[in-house]
Write a protein that binds this ligand. Structure first.
Ligand code: ADP
Ligand code: UVW
Ligand code: MG
Length: 401
């Protein structure tokens, strides 16, 4: 099976994409791109594999939602591809619910099942579904594949997945699912490549982007993670509060009289770094600010990471390696440094000069825990999964190519 694979990753504040060529069962990156700052100042950028910029422009008006940005994105991709044909489109779908534990071809029943999960991930789930519908209209017959953030955590021990609710609710799919699984799958693969002696050990990965979570791994598999039933749980994020006493939700409903829609908006869109700082959900803006509220927001962000690393270290029975990734984890040296300082009791020792240079290994030779910065690539995992589903659907003689 040969052809071009489009991987689409609609996150909460960005749409990232990549084009890969699939030939002779190997994948080659052609280009990658992103629309960032969605909801504030959408900017489109496309890069060659070596990082050179192909195109950069401000796009549409500030209020344009994900859906409106898809049309110009698809037009740009089509123009760029020229005569080359897309063979398959892979989508990052945040929630697979109880039904989907591996990548699946999107058809009408799958689409209906995924629509039912929108309320569990209102910031994310609608975007790939809207994209899949738009692509089906423009290119009927083109195979589309859903790749799930939740799938990586499917094998989590039952005790880690339990919400502690009565059994009937658990039987009905109310469990801790975990997210950012495509990123964790990529990071686990990379760690195995360059530090195979650590890949089977006690590892905590920190995916710190607009959405943020931690994942504890043994043998490269998830044993627990900070996000749970929804992508609201765990760490403080750009505009999500993270772990919240459920009593606070009852209070908002009963004593404050907020509607369900207002509470959903409050918890997903108005809280976290944005809510605490009153300035921005964007870590860059907070780091550049001299406001006391921005400092408080950053302090809370770091505090929750440190606290949850403590909990996950207990679950893993110790810590051999800590990996920072995603927008903040890859670029914000001061955040990494603050987390490492607070983990000195675990024997974590950051090499500040390597950290400042964003080197891949940022712990000192004496550190009891090796600390890495690894650039994540969810799109590469999406492309590999999409190619796998396409290959599996090809007749054997075609699949040989
Ligand atoms: N150089 C940087 N310094 C600090 N934070 C950064 C930097 N670059 C990106 N970020 C932060 O990364 C976050 C976005 O991460 P990303 O993984 O791209 O998000 P998404 O969840 O939309 O995929 C934002 O908070 C942004 O401020
Ligand atoms: C699940 C999630 O929070 O994703 P993102 O970080 O892309 O918002
Ligand atoms: Mg992301």
């Amino acid at each position: 099976m040969n052809g071009i694979i489009l991987a689409l990753n609609a996150g909460s504040s960005s749409i990232k994409f990549a084009l890969h060529e699939h030939r002779l069962a190997a994948q080659r990156l052609i280009l990658r791109g992103a629309i960032e700052g969605i909801g504030a100042e959408p900017r489109f950028t496309a890069w060659q594999p070596d990082g050179a910029i192909i195109d950069r422009e401000a796009w549409a008006d500030a209020a344009a939602p994900h859906e409106q940005l898809l049309q110009p994105l698809l037009a740009w991709i089509t123009a760029r591809l020229g005569a080359a044909e897309l063979a398959v489109v892979g989508h990052r779908v945040v929630h697979g619910g109880p039904s989907f534990g591996q990548p699946v071809r999107i058809d009408t029943p799958v689409m209906q099942e995924l629509e039912r999960l929108v309320s569990l991930a209102p910031l994310h789930q609608p975007h790939p579904l809207a994209a899949a519908r738009a692509i089906a209209r423009l290119r009927p017959g083109l195979m589309q594949v859903a790749c799930f953030d939740t799938a990586f955590h499917r094998g989590m021990p039952a005790v880690a997945a339990s919400l502690g609710l009565p059994r009937a609710y658990a039987d009905d799919g109310m469990r801790r699912y975990g997210f950012h699984g495509l990123s964790y799958e990529y990071l686990a693969g990379r760690l195995r490549e360059f530090a195979p002696e650590l890949a089977d050990g006690r590892v905590i990965m920190a995916h710190l982007g607009n959405g943020a979570s931690l994942c504890a791994m043994r043998h490269g598999r998830s044993i627990d993670t900070t996000m749970g039933f929804s992508a609201l749980d765990g760490l403080v994020m750009g505009s999500r509060c993270g772990s919240l006493d459920p009593g606070a939700v009852l209070h908002l409903l009963q004593a404050r009289g907020l509607s369900v829609a207002a509470i959903e908006h409050l918890l997903y869109q108005e809280s976290g770094l944005l809510g605490v700082s009153g300035i921005s959900a964007d870590m860059r803006a907070l780091l550049a600010s001299d406001s006391g509220h921005a400092r408080e927001a950053i302090e809370l962000f770091v505090y929750r990471i440190v606290k949850e690393i403590g909990a996950l270290t207990s679950v893993a029975g110790g810590l051999d390696a800590l990996v920072f990734s995603a927008g903040i984890g890859e670029h914000a040296a001061s955040i990494r440094s603050a987390v490492c300082r607070a983990l000195a009791w675990l024997g974590v020792e950051c090499d500040e000069s390597a950290n400042g240079l964003h080197k891949m290994l940022i712990s000192t030779a004496h550190s009891a825990v090796r600390v890495f910065v690894i650039r994540t690539d969810e799109e590469a995992v999406i492309a590999a999964h999409a190619a796998g589903v396409l290959r599996a659907s090809c007749p054997p003689q075609a699949a040989a190519g």
